[in-house]
Ligand binder design. Structure first.
Ligand code: SAH
Ligand code: MG
Length: 216
């Protein structure tokens, strides 16, 4: 099955997504730097890009930068005076991402903040940062319920929250919930100020899925 999913994802990438060369170079740089290949796929990057355009987003918060691949997809959908803040715990990942972002000419828009996400989110609260139009949560999965609750405090009516990797094969059915997926789903389900769904996906990243939430 995996091979079929890969072929179809490649077909989708070539026919519709059509990423420019920068994206290929970014992935190559990240690979050469030894980063894990756990970035979103090109098709998923384009999906985030389309969502951002659809809501005319101006500012985005990302949790989990890695080599900046998803950051670059999202920043490309923002206006020239847009802002994307990305929180990353690993200084080496942040360094690779900074280089990639420079290469993509997006250093004016994307600001990486190095440190653990919980402190980063607290700091944004203390700064009384303007609420974000979209928040993309894609860091350590066990903390997703906390990130979701903290993201709510940085949201306005209409903010879209996308949480990656909420299926991870059959992990979602694991009743011991070692990855905290059900904890996250409970946190979302118990928040009466949002509407939400989750979509399973297959493709070059295997069988996974994302949750998509809108703040009422
Ligand atoms: N969004 C990226 C992939 C992120 S991978 C993309 O699709 O291109 C997850 C990233 O989260 C890794 O770089 C990891 O170092 C970072 N991370 C893990 N735990 C974290 C934490 N507690 N705070 C901030 N970042 C964290
Ligand atoms: Mg992910």
């Amino acid at each position: 099955m995996d091979k079929l999913w890969n072929k179809i994802d490649n077909y989708i990438e070539d026919s519709l997504v059509k990423p420019d060369d920068v994206f290929r170079t970014v992935l190559k740089n990240s690979h050469n730097a030894g980063l894990p290949e756990i970035n979103i796929s090109p098709a998923q990057g384009k999906m985030l890009y389309i969502i951002l355009k659809a809501i005319s987003a101006k500012n985005v918060l990302e949790i989990g930068t890695l080599g900046g691949y998803s950051s670059i997809w999202m920043a490309k959908a923002l206006p020239g005076n847009g802002e994307l803040i990305s929180l990353e715990i690993d200084p080496f990942h942040a360094e690779v991402a900074s280089k990639n972002i420079k290469l993509a000419n997006l250093s004016e828009i994307i600001k990486i903040r190095t440190g653990d996400a919980i402190s980063g989110l607290k700091k944004l609260g203390e700064e009384k940062h303007k609420p974000f139009d979209l928040i993309f949560i894609d860091a350590d999965k066990q903390n997703n319920a906390i990130y979701f609750n903290m993201a709510m405090k940085l949201s306005h009516t209409g903010t879209v929250i996308v949480i990656d990797n909420v299926v991870m094969g059959n992990s979602i059915l694991d009743s011991s919930d070692s990855l905290g997926i059900r904890k996250l789903f409970n946190a979302i389900a118990n928040t009466d100020t949002v509407e939400s769904t989750a979509i399973q996906t297959v493709g070059i990243k295997g069988h996974d899925g994302f949750a998509i939430i809108i703040v009422k």
